[in-house]
Design a protein around this ligand. Structure first.
Ligand SMILES: [Zn+2]
Length: 437
């Protein structure tokens, strides 16, 4: 990438070229804005169009192997996220560790790129990376113009403590679970006066506003209760941080007033694992329906992400749970192994979680399911799945057993066993509520 710089800069028509390209790009970006409410796919197509046009111009002018970063010789390419699930990673690799997740509309400064990734400068002591498919190029600059934060507003709603950070441009941010009772929000690439920046409004929650070692804005939330979900929303004037209030639990009817989204894994064209004459998607749906009825009997409000054998996108399942204000999202699955010969050693019931705030729920459900099913304990496992990563609602994924394990498969497909499984899953949720709130 770097070695092409000299070649481009030495060309006589660089400035002229840049102007042509800029106007083509502005036009296309304008179009992209018009369609901005449509699916990401549309925006990606428009971006592809821009790249095609750009490539034609480059070819006509005999510039080879060039990219837009080199045509615009400014230090930073300003990019904007176009998906509500945009991960920033520690390396330029789709499997690299996730550093942060951004919602649609966050502005970031990129200082280099390769074929699939932009390298982003968050003002920290190391670079991070974001996949090109999650962003649009907005412009370029030689110097970061950082927004100033002057207003922070606290307010409590029925279900949430909220803190609003007003900013003309939403830059990159991060949500870090320090413990299962405290959360840190960092807003990168902003300026503010630590002494004069005081939160307005009122909240029953404990928020502490300060500066981190890189002068980023740091907001620390801490509570005596374990976290029950949190989220960050982009608003027209900044960032809204929502932290779910602790549950108020009735010891007699713990599930009263609790909303649960049940997600029967897979469906439609995706059968999940198949073995012993069974399809995972069918068992998932059967268990989910029984579980749903039993939860309703206990006073919970229940939503199923699918009620039939249909395809549902993974992120649509999370959005559906969120829209319905679910407190928990529980995804139901039956397990398998890449090497099925190992099923004698590895089988049984297991629960998967990602966020610290989901661990206790996962643990209570696992304890109860092991007791009820008498299956092998396949553990409470940390796993980065689409259905475990969401921090609102709190979500876990349950592998009820192994469909590839002969005896387990027989039980898992039996209606009476599915009822027992549901009873113990519910017992686990109840224990979690009663013991923590
Ligand atoms: Zn599955």
């Amino acid at each position: 990438m770097r070695e092409n710089y000299g070649k481009i800069n030495s060309m006589k028509n660089t400035v002229e070229m840049r102007n042509i390209l800029l106007s083509v790009f502005s036009l296309l970006l304008l179009q992209a804005t018009v369609y901005s409410n449509d699916a990401v796919v549309v925006e990606e197509k428009i971006q592809d169009g821009a790249i095609l046009l750009r490539d034609n111009i480059i070819r006509e002018n005999n510039i080879e192997n060039s990219t837009i970063e080199e045509i615009l010789p400014n230090k930073y390419t300003i990019i904007k996220t176009i998906s509500n699930y945009s991960p920033i990673r520690e390396n330029a690799d789709v499997n690299a560790k996730r550093f942060s997740h951004l919602k649609k509309g966050a502005t970031i400064f990129a200082d280099d790129s390769n074929e699939d990734f932009y390298r982003v400068d968050l003002g920290l002591n190391k670079p991070y990376w974001i996949e090109k498919k999650y962003v649009d190029v907005s412009s370029s600059t030689n110097q970061k113009e950082l927004p100033e934060i002057k207003d922070i507003i606290l307010s409590d709603t029925d279900k949430y403590y909220t803190i609003k950070v007003k900013t003309p441009i939403l830059t990159a941010y991060n949500e870090i679970e320090k413990t299962d009772k405290s959360l840190e929000f960092i807003l990168y690439d902003v300026i503010f006066d630590e002494k004069s920046l005081k939160a307005k409004g009122k909240s029953e929650a404990n928020f502490d506003i300060s500066k981190d070692e890189f002068n980023n804005l740091k907001i620390l939330y801490s509570s005596k209760y374990i976290l029950t979900g949190h989220d960050v929303e982009k608003t027209p004037d900044g960032l809204l941080i929502k932290i779910k209030k602790p549950f108020s639990v009735s010891k007699k009817h713990p599930l009263k007033g609790i909303t649960i989204a049940i997600d029967p894994g897979h469906g439609g064209g995706d059968s999940g694992a198949c073995a012993n004459g069974l399809r995972e998607k069918d068992i998932n749906l059967q268990v989910s329906k029984i579980l749903s009825e039993k939860l309703k009997d206990e006073g919970a409000k229940v939503y199923l992400t699918r009620e039939d054998d249909v395809d549902v996108d993974l992120y649509d399942r999370i959005d559906f749970a969120k829209i319905n204000n679910a407190d928990f999202l529980i995804s139901i699955h039956q397990n398998s192994l890449p090497n099925r010969a190992n099923v004698d050693k590895k089988h049984g019931v297991g629960v998967y979680y990602y966020n610290k705030e989901a661990y206790k729920l996962a643990n209570e459900i696992q304890k109860s399911l092991v007791e009820g099913t008498e299956f092998r304990d396949d553990g409470v496992n940390f796993a980065s799945f689409a259905l475990t990563r969401s921090s609102l609602p709190v979500c876990i994924l349950v592998e009820c057993g192994y469909i590839i394990h002969k005896e387990e498969a027989k039980k898992l497909s039996d209606a009476e066993f599915q009822k027992l499984l549901s009873d113990y899953l519910i017992k686990g949720i109840k224990n979690y509520l009663v013991e923590n709130f």
